[in-house]
Structure formats: structure tokens, C-alpha cells
Design a protein around this ligand. Structure first.
Ligand code: ATP
Ligand code: MG
Length: 143
């Protein structure tokens, strides 16, 4: 069993497709172990995407992620990290495979509907960021 963090981004929340996206996870065999709607502060969004701090799109990314509420979830299942990334599709929806979440619900590389952890290691860090109560220990393991 593996865990991963999903964020349904402000564009998808505005489009009213939260339920449809969560159903995709469940239909693929992932379990929703935790979920909540919240609005990110610029500080939180900047910390979450700190790895992209030097990229030219960082300011726009933080502005977009704080433009409305998001739904953050912990997804659990076999190969949860890779399975979620597969369900999401490529970062740029124009390159996303047919039937993926980004192909079906995203408009652009900026407004691309969902975030998913890109490794088990980052999943543990991201889960702790949003759901400290679901992290069993203080280290960055995937508990
Ligand atoms: P996410 O981390 O949101 O799941 P990702 O892992 O597919 O997306 P990353 O490379 O981590 O892609 O980029 C994080 C986010 O930054 C992307 O979701 C996208 O919104 C934005 N982004 C990435 N590359 C670009 C780019 N070249 N131009 C504009 N925005 C970009
Ligand atoms: Mg990423």
C-alpha cells in the first residue's frame, strides 16, 4: 500500500467537477484516506511549490493556486503515486493522453486541474504538509 497527495486545483473546483475527479480515483481502485477543501495562502502555495521558486512561472503558479479554494486529498492504494500520475495525464493538457483528468478537465499548462505527488518521498512530505494528523511519525518516510 502506498499513499500520495492529490490537489484539485482552483480551476477544477470552479468548474464544479470535484466529485467527478474524486470518482476517477475511486474507480481506479484508490481509496480516499482524507480530504478537505481549503484556500491556500500565498505563503503556503510558495512553500508547497518551493522547488519551482527559480522558475519563470513561479509567480503565476502561486497566483493561480491562491485564486480560489482547492480540495486536497490523501489517496491510498497499490502504486498510488504512479497510478495517480497516470490518471492525471501530462502537465500540459494539450499533451495529456485521452481519457486522463487533465485531457478532460484542464484548459492550459497553468490551469491544469490537478496536482499529484511525483514520488513516494515527496508524497510523505506533502501529506505531512496538509494532513499532519495522518502522518504516523515525524520523519519523511511514507507512513
Ligand atoms: P503538479 O506539481 O502541479 O502536479 P506536474 O508535476 O505535472 O504538476 P511540475 O513540473 O511539478 O508539473 O510543475 C508544477 C506546476 O507548475 C504545473 O502543474 C504547472 O501548472 C506549472 N508549470 C510547469 N511548467 C510550466 C511551464 N513551462 N509554464 C507554465 N507553468 C508551468
Ligand atoms: Mg510536480
Amino acid at each position: 500500500m502506498e499513499k500520495t497527495l492529490s490537489i484539485i486545483k482552483p480551476d477544477a473546483v470552479k468548474k464544479n467537477v470535484v466529485g467527478k475527479i474524486l470518482s476517477r480515483f475511486e474507480d481506479a481502485g484508490l481509496r480516499i484516506a482524507g480530504t478537505k477543501m481549503l484556500s491556500l495562502s500565498a505563503e503556503q502555495a510558495g512553500e508547497f511549490y518551493a522547488i519551482h521558486k527559480e522558475r519563470p512561472f513561479f509567480k503565476d503558479l502561486v497566483a493561480f493556486m491562491t485564486s480560489g479554494p482547492v480540495v486536497v486529498s490523501v489517496l491510498e492504494g497499490n502504486d498510488a503515486v504512479a497510478l495517480n500520475r497516470k490518471l492525471m495525464g501530462a502537465t500540459n493538457p494539450k499533451e495529456a493522453a485521452p481519457g486522463t483528468i487533465r485531457a478532460d478537465f484542464a484548459e492550459s499548462i497553468d490551469a491544469n486541474a490537478v496536482h499529484g505527488s511525483d514520488s513516494a518521498e515527496n508524497a510523505a512530505i506533502e501529506i505531512k504538509f496538509f494532513f499532519p494528523e495522518l502522518s504516523k511519525c515525524g520523519c519523511s518516510c511514507s507512513h
